[in-house]
Design a protein around this ligand. Structure first.
Ligand code: 5GP
Length: 117
């Protein structure tokens, strides 16, 4: 049995979150620590820890995340000005939650993509 993650508990509504979309394949909710006026996490309901764990079987599911992102960007009113989709992977990617997720970030100009810290 796959171990629950923070996000699978949100998906099952065991932990509260502001869910903005849910279907049988994916769930989207607002990030608890938003980096921009719009910051939504789009998560497959299936637990895939990182991009390294993606298999060919997941191809349609991952494509679905983009459809959800497109629809939410429209719904949030940020589609025209643009936005950024981010998937962090592993230590160098600064991934915090090991349940693959796409960040939908927008509502302000986001500057250059990668910053050295
Ligand atoms: P990562 O760094 O793994 O790509 O992103 C994890 C994201 O999850 C972070 O942006 C963080 O703010 C968000 N996050 C962590 N814990 C919670 C939580 O309990 N609820 C919500 N809504 N977001 C969370």
């Amino acid at each position: 049995m796959t171990q629950d993650t923070l996000f699978s508990k949100i998906i099952k509504k065991e932990i509260p979150a502001e869910i903005v979309f849910q279907d049988d394949r994916a769930t989207a909710f607002r990030d608890i620590n938003p980096k921009a006026p719009c910051h939504i996490l789009i998560v497959p309901n299936k637990i895939i820890p990182t991009v390294n764990d993606v298999t060919e079987e997941d191809e349609a599911l991952l494509g679905h995340l983009f459809i959800v992102a497109r629809n939410l960007a429209q719904q949030e009113g940020i589609a025209e000005d643009g936005y950024r989709l981010i998937i962090n992977c592993g230590r160098h990617g600064n991934q915090e939650v090991f349940h693959l997720h796409m960040h939908l970030v927008g509502g302000r100009s986001l500057g250059r993509m990668i910053q050295r810290d």
